[in-house]
Design a protein around this ligand. Structure first.
Ligand SMILES: Nc1ncnc2c1ncn2[C@@H]1O[C@H](COP(=O)(O)OP(=O)(O)OP(=O)(O)O)[C@@H](O)[C@H]1O
Ligand SMILES: [Zn+2]
Length: 749
């Protein structure tokens, strides 16, 4: 039996009289473990060794196994491949309500909401209204950035103020406060979408090929942005459900950001769709799970973990935007949902469709090797064209601007933020009543502060990372641990009053924009404006209804959005991720820039893309400009051969962390030589070893971090070694030292 403990072993219990045998594998049973009631998952029967008294099972909880054979198989594969304890893995595949020996608490149905009732559009009005009420101003600005309404509790935490501030604002008639029944699952009753259009010949061809696939066959559906991949999915689902009487799983990167796509599935299949999203309470999640289990709903749509939907007779597993790194789980079990999807589909005899306009190098290679069939949608649907892309070299732009600048004029804040051509293009859109999207993948106001005299940069006391300057509310914030501290008036090192803000964040772009275009309706979408449960969906719905002229945001706005009235996409700074010390930096940048560019010109009005960069010659940017995936992949694959990186080798990142710097370093060095000895003893020639060294971010949340990398061209060997390390590598029991093995990591920071 498997129990949810961080141990690489299984447990044996006795089946007492009165409980029917055999108990089917995948069945939940109640046992006593460490003197506490726990839910265990039966794996099978064994012959117990002589002379050992076994504890009895207390009860069998399921009448049919909670984990059917294909899921149990997938769980075992995940535990094996990613070197994770089986019990923890199986637990993470089931809804919380099913793995706790206690009943789930009912979810609270109401929450206190704050809404703006008095509009203060101009800066002057705001300065007057909030002359001496600084905290009220902060709350007001926060509310506005979140679309005018937000839960009181989340605002209070963000503004770091007392509840009295809200009461005072309500008294002044600025906001309204009331208890509202929490919006129920917004996917349960969203307005229906139009019936899907008729598929084009290219789409029909892809559907035919997928439906003709052998059981377990993997397809790469490579369709340019706006080519209508969703319609291909819908037609495949229709055939699988109606003609073959089977079920289906659809994975999307993040439900909140892909509400449009989800709406289309619901529009086509109505209540046959169970939407599994993170906003569900434990009870709601259980309901959804059971409706799938009983066969009342036949399509599970959700992020990563929807892969574990308890469906039987699965005919197809679709992974939309398969290149997204959110498919990798960042805690144990550290599985990649795309890879696990292939394993489950094989066990079910289902086909797999991996869809993307910018496929991952792993999937591209898989198709090159013949392990996936490549299907291509080369053109946009309904005759739309891919938008032309203009590049602005911001180095040249700035030089020019400085040269032309009138020394007597006041400092122009748009300098260095917007190029002339982007400003002109934005202006045109506003005049024509069209919409624009602006990407800047950095939240906050300024990325960091620096002393002009001594060069000192305030860093987080808990992490090796500079603090980001936030203006609303005004704070220095750590983006890794959420630590906040007041903005220093003088330098902590040299006491000079010369602290300057450097680097651009979304809050600053929003401010510059609203000053430059005071009449424009601007919405900002980043982590800070989307803390409310349905905030993402609300912002996107407003864009869809035409209530937003300019949507500004981080990578959140680059995922699958389909708004025909968006005729301009601007990338404020394409270089934010390009210099990260990670072998995937170029791939990520190429995908992000290509994806956001692909949001433009999806309707009959066409569209333009303007990309601002200081590195116009990097291959990530060059190929994104021409929408050239093949060109990018060819060049990037070349760079991954020497030194070897995925997809040419399998890698595992072994991370050692702990509270004491010296002990962490010593443990990492000892672990590395332990592995080195293992490699030598076993004569493992196909195992390359890099490190140990401090991680690029060598401290997060007070924990020091060291790592070393293992590379091998033999996945089986990697599985054995990774597991051996996770299970056996000695780690001293002090300073909270911890060793984790991250197989196929998506980030090396
Ligand atoms: N055969 C068709 N005829 C008319 N319109 C279509 C057809 N197929 C798709 N469309 C429309 O084209 C638009 C783009 O489709 P969709 O959002 O599925 O693209 P996509 O391939 O997922 O793109 P991306 O990768 O950029 O998200 C949608 O508005 C869709 O309704
Ligand atoms: Zn921190």
């Amino acid at each position: 039996m498997a129990l949810a403990a961080p141990l690489f072993r299984t447990f044996t219990y006795r089946v007492p009289d009165g409980i029917a045998v055999p108990i089917a594998p995948g069945t939940r049973v109640l046992v006593s473990f460490r003197n506490r009631p726990e839910i265990g998952i039966c794996l099978g029967a064994t012959v117990p060794p002589d002379g050992i008294t076994l504890k009895p099972i207390q009860a069998v909880v399921d009448d049919v196994p909670s984990l059917p054979a294909s899921l149990l198989h997938t769980g075992k594969w995940i535990a094996d491949w990613y070197a994770a304890p089986l019990g923890l893995t199986l637990r993470s595949m089931l809804p919380t309500a099913l793995t706790s020996a206690k009943a789930p608490a009912p979810a609270s149905r109401t929450q206190r909401m704050v809404r703006i009732v008095m509009d203060l559009p101009s800066l002057l009005q705001r300065e007057q209204t909030f002359a001496r009420a600084k905290q009220q101003r902060v709350v007001y600005d926060l509310l506005e950035a979140q679309g005018g309404a937000a839960p009181l509790e989340s605002l209070r935490i963000q503004a770091n103020c007392s509840a009295g501030v809200f009461t005072a604002m309500a008294k002044r008639g600025l906001v309204d406060i009331r208890d509202e029944v929490q919006q129920r699952d917004p996917f349960a009753d969203r307005a229906g979408t139009l019936p899907p259009p008729n598929p084009s010949e290219a789409q029909r061809e892809a559907v035919r090929a997928i439906l003709a696939g052998d059981p377990g066959q993997v397809f790469l559906l490579h369709g340019v942005t706006g080519s209508g991949k969703t319609l291909v999915y819908i037609e495949v689902l229709r055939a699988v459900l109606q003609q073959r009487d089977k079920t289906a799983i659809v994975l999307v990167p993040e439900i909140a950001l892909t509400s449009q796509t989800v709406d289309r599935f619901r529009g086509a299949f109505g209540d046959d769709v169970a939407v599994l999203h993170s906003g569900l309470s434990d009870g709601e999640r259980l309901d959804a799970w059971q409706s799938l289990r009983r066969g009342e709903r036949r399509i599970a749509v959700g992020a990563r973990s929807a892969l574990f939907a308890p469906l039987e007779r699965v005919g197809v597993v679709i992974v939309d935007e398969e290149h997204e790194s959110s498919y990798k789980q960042s805690e144990t079990p550290r599985y990649h949902a795309r890879e696990a999807a292939i394993v489950r589909a094989r066990a079910e005899g289902a086909v797999v469709v991996l869809g993307s306009a910018t496929p991952s190098l792993e999937t591209w290679e898989r198709a090159d090797r013949g392990q996936a069939i490549r299907l291509t949608l080369p053109d946009r649907a309904a005759g739309a064209q891919l938008p032309p892309v203009t590049v602005v070299d911001m180095r040249v732009e700035l030089k020019q601007a400085v040269k032309e600048r009138n020394p007597n004029a006041p400092f122009d804040e748009t300098l260095g933020v917007f190029s002339k051509s982007l400003l002109v293009a934005l202006e045109q859109r506003l005049v024509r009543g069209e919409q624009s999207l602006l990407l800047l993948n950095r939240r906050g106001y300024s990325s960091f502060m620096q002393c002009n005299a001594c060069g000192d940069v305030p860093v987080c006391p808990h992490c090796s990372i500079s603090l980001t300057y936030h203006r609303v509310p005004e704070m220095l914030v750590c983006h890794y641990c959420q630590h906040q501290q007041p903005v220093p008036a003088v330098c902590a090192q040299c006491s000079a009053d010369t602290m300057r803000r450097r680097g651009l964040g979304t809050q600053q772009v929003e401010r510059v924009l609203s000053e430059r275009f005071p009449e424009a309706r601007i919405a900002r979408m980043d982590v800070d404006t989307t803390s409310g449960k349905w905030a993402h969906t609300q912002i996107l719905d407003r864009v869809g209804r035409g209530e937003v002229d300019i949507l500004l945001g981080t990578q959140m706005i680059a995922k699958g959005l389909d708004f025909p009235n968006v005729t301009l996409v601007g990338v404020v700074d394409a270089d934010t991720g390009l210099n990260l010390p990670d072998f995937r930096a170029a791939e990520r940048t190429f995908q992000l820039v290509s994806q956001v560019a692909g949001r433009a010109g999806r309707g009959p009005k066409g569209g333009d893309v303007i990309i601002q960069t200081r590195m116009p010659n990097s291959h990530a940017i060059r190929h994104a400009i021409t929408h050239d995936v093949t060109g990018f992949v060819r060049e990037e694959l070349g760079a991954r051969r020497m030194p070897a990186y995925p997809p040419f080798v399998s890698i595992a990142n072994v991370l050692v962390s702990g509270l004491d710097q010296a002990a962490t370093a010593a443990t990492a060095v000892a672990a590395a030589s332990w592995v080195q000895r293992l490699v030598e003893r076993q004569g493992l020639r196909d195992l390359v070893f890099v490190g140990p060294a401090p991680c690029p971010i060598d401290r997060i949340k007070d924990r020091w971090r060291w790592h070393f990398l293992l590379k091998s061209s033999q996945p089986k060997l990697m599985t054995r070694v990774a597991r051996y390390i996770a299970e056996r590598c000695p780690v001293p029991k002090m300073h909270e030292l911890r060793l984790t093995v991250d197989r196929d990591p998506v980030s090396l920071l």
